[in-house]
Each structure stands twice: as C-alpha cells, then as structure tokens.
Design a protein around this ligand. Sequence first.
Ligand code: 16G
Ligand code: MG
Length: 539
Amino acid sequence: MDLGAITKYSALHAKPNGLILQYGTAGFRTKAEHLDHVMFRMGLLAVLRSKQTKSTIGVMVTASHNPEEDNGVKLVDPLGEMLAPSWEEHATCLANAEEQDMQRVLIDISEKEAVNLQQDAFVVIGRDTSEKLSQSVIDGVTVLGGQFHDYGLLTTPQLHYMVYCRNTGGRYGKATIEGYYQKLSKAFVELTKQASCSGDEYRSLKVDCANGIGALKLREMEHYFSQGLSVQLFNDGSKGKLNHLCGADFVKSHQKPPQGMEIKSNERCCSFDGDADRIVYYYHDADGHFHLIDGDKIATLISSFLKELLVEIGESLNIGVVQTAYANGSSTRYLEEVMKVPVYCTKTGVKHLHHKAQEFDIGVYFEANGHGTALFSTAVEMKIKQSAEQLEDKKRKAAKMLENIIDLFNQAAGDAISDMLVIEAILALKGLTVQQWDALYTDLPNRQLKVQVADRRVISTTDAERQAVTPPGLQEAINDLVKKYKLSRAFVRPSGTEDVVRVYAEADSQESADHLAHEVSLAVFQLAGGIGERPQPGF
Ligand code: 16G
Ligand code: MG
C-alpha cells in the first residue's frame, strides 16, 4: 500500500467535518454533495475486498428511489450479492475516519481480514446518475493499484449481473450490456412463443421509469424483445425529476398512479424505481378505481406458475416463498392455504430475503415494495436442463419453459426488467388479464406511517421485526390496540434508511387500518421518545 499516495489523494476528496454516515440497508445514501469522500473511500475498500476474495467486486453509484438531490453507493460481492456484513462495518469505519486516521483504518481492515496486499484487484463500476461521483470511486481504486472497468450508465441489477458473470467464467452469461440484453430477451421470446393467447391486450405494457436509468436501458433493449412485447415508456427523464411523483416507491406508498402517465381502464401498467431494482403493477378498473398489484401479488403469480410447471414435469422440488412483515396478510394466507406453498418471513432488506431464499431448491422472494426475484439452486438448474433434453413431449415443454424462466431471472439480484419480462410471459402463457391476476386474492386494507423520535435505536425488534422488544411496554400496548379490530395486525420498526420509526397496520376496513395505525403511532410517540408534533389522525 502506498500510504503516501493515499494520504495525498484522500485530501483531494476531503471528508466534511463531523459528518457521520452508516452503511445501511442499501449502502450509503445521503445528499450528493456530501458523498465525494465516501465514493473515493469505497473505491479503496472495493480493492481490499477484491484482493481478499480474489474476485471482481462491483461498486454502484445510485440514488435508487431517493430524491434527485441525493445519491448513494453500494458494493457488490463476488456472486452478485450484497456486501458481507463484516465488510459493511469496515465500510462505515472507513467512511467516517478523519483524514489523519485513514491509513490506520485501512491497515486495520487489511489485518483483520487477512488481505494479501500483493494480490491483484479488479473492480467494476456502474452509475445511474453522477459521473463525477463515479470518477471519485475510480480515483480510490487506482490509488490502491486496482484495475477497473467502468461500465458507465447501468441499472443496479445490471451491475450485479456483470459481477456475477465475471466471477463465473462466463458460464452465467456474457459480462456486457449486449450479453444482458441477449440473454434475457432470447429467453423471453422463446417463452412467449409458447403462448396461445396473442393480441395486443397481452403484448403491450405501459412503463413508468421514475425518470431514472430504467428508461434509457429499456429503450436500448426493447428491439431485442419487441417480438413478444411492446413497451410504452413514461417518465423517461426527458422532463420530470428523478423519483418525483412517480416510480415504484411513490405508487406503492401513495397507492395512486404516477404523474405523467395516462391510463385507460384495464390497461396494464408498471412502475420501476430510479435504479430499476423494484417493480409494481397497477391498473384502473372500468369505474376508474386504482388497483395496485404489489410485490406480494407478483410473488404469488410467479410461485404458482413455477409450482404448476414442476407438477407437470413430475419433479417434487422444494419451493419456498420469502416475505417480510410488510407482506399483506391476505397474500400469506393465500400462499399457505390455497397454493400450499410454505412461506417464511425475514427482516426488511433484500439481503435478508435473498439469504433465506437460498435455502430452497427454488426460492421466490419479494418485498411488498417490489424488490425481488426467484433463485434456483445450481442442482435444480442442472436437473431442469437435463429434463428439457430427455422427457417426452408435454413434460419437455414444461421443462423448457422452466429453463427459459431460469435464464430470465437475474439470479444475482432482484431486477425490475427481468421481473417485468417474467410477469409478462406468465400472463401471456396463462392467458390472464391484469384483473384476473389481481383477483387471486383481495389485499387487506393497510396503512403505513412514520413517527419522529429522538433516537430510533430505542426500538429493537425480534421475530423478523414483528415484535418490539424495547422500549418496555410498547409491544403490550400494540397488542391491546390490535385486539380492538378485526383481522388486524400491526408492528413498528426503526427505518434503516431514514431517521424515523415506521408503523404498519392492517385490518378488515380502511377506516380500521387508519385508526389502528394512528393509535400505534401515538403509543410509539409516548413510549419511544417522540419529538415534534404529536401524530395527528387523518391522512
Ligand atoms: C432499502 C432496501 C429495501 C428495503 C428498504 C427499507 C435493498 C437493496 N434495499 O431500500 O429492500 O425495503 O431499504 O427501508 O436492500 P426502511 O428501512 O427505511 O423502511
Ligand atoms: Mg432501488
């Protein structure tokens, strides 16, 4: 390590005094103007991680679903996964180190993790907005002697794909943007060729791109799959602001359509978030009512279809669905009782769901907010490929479909583009309209609120965030409130991305869900050190 050079270059990416940041659920995320030093330092850290794992590491510069003034950065581990937890801690230490402590922190990390500093390092970089910030990452990589490839503009899941391809010797796919487009589109076109229902109804989709990178990438990709699907893009960044009044997060949390999109009744529409790793669907019915189809219903559609195909080819593989506490109670009930698919609940954040989903032959995971994918174990993939060669007619067809679906899902990360193509293919194959899909079950009315407290860490939870352990008395208070309503459930958790406590409630009617959420907010305010104005009823 050339410590002199590090000190010299680090001074050019100086840390604002007193700024403390944390590598949270999805990396560092804050105002873009405060991130230059973090980018440089994450370039350094990526080199150390690459040396340690003897693999290519990814660095993605993205604001995801945050407002336009924000930006962020996350590291991608060798198999396209989120950064390992012990390295999240190193990332936090390094980002917060004062200039004079940088050398010591770097040496500490290298020693703790037994990094061989002689080892070569390779880092790939992607960004969905700021070129300047990604240049700071590159500065960090080069000053530690790492090699790099800058992919320029990419969606977050595309960068995960690149990392995965590079570390699996090209077996998974080609680590180029064309490789990504070709792999997914080929599988999609093959799959939709099997569909007996054609016609425009099944073949056209309106996509709200949140004024983010998804628009650019879908536009580049669309001619690869246009045989099977035509997409009409909205909020493509030509005028509006990133994630402002549009995008998956806005649609899901406000339960209304994005601005800038005209929706005719019964038209199928979807929204991506700013970096295209979330997707939700929706439509207006004939009476003009808005219907949201969130991650839970997406997981239901996908897991039922996979289960049907497995039955057809006669394979009894274990398939599991992974959700979080935010999953609508109706979805969990439907999956368990009607579909007879086992359902598991983990803490919020993709890495937790991903980890759990890896325990199954086929693990389908989705957060209600639209982050998700299906993971297939390598053994299952091999088995299905063999079946596609060997089985007789009807079974072979099902095995082929499964093979295409495996290729379509970005197994490295939840990917809005992959998910969209899988969903579109399933709807076409099953001849399902968006209303029929929506009618699988009826969501329980629900409400989400935020409460400001002095220190959100006073709330700790257990049972995948469904029970509060501290502060004392809070869970008892919630239990008493929940008892007052039918089909009700409520929980609270400190946010991993904002300085607030989140409250979730569901019940048999919207009015009850709203009341319950409000009452729980008051309990949080009283027992967990609320600040500012007391939560008011009404939304
Ligand atoms: C991040 C997570 C997302 C989670 C959300 C919760 C990733 C890639 N993203 O965006 O999965 O749902 O945080 O935010 O893991 P909250 O803690 O503020 O509720
Ligand atoms: Mg995102």
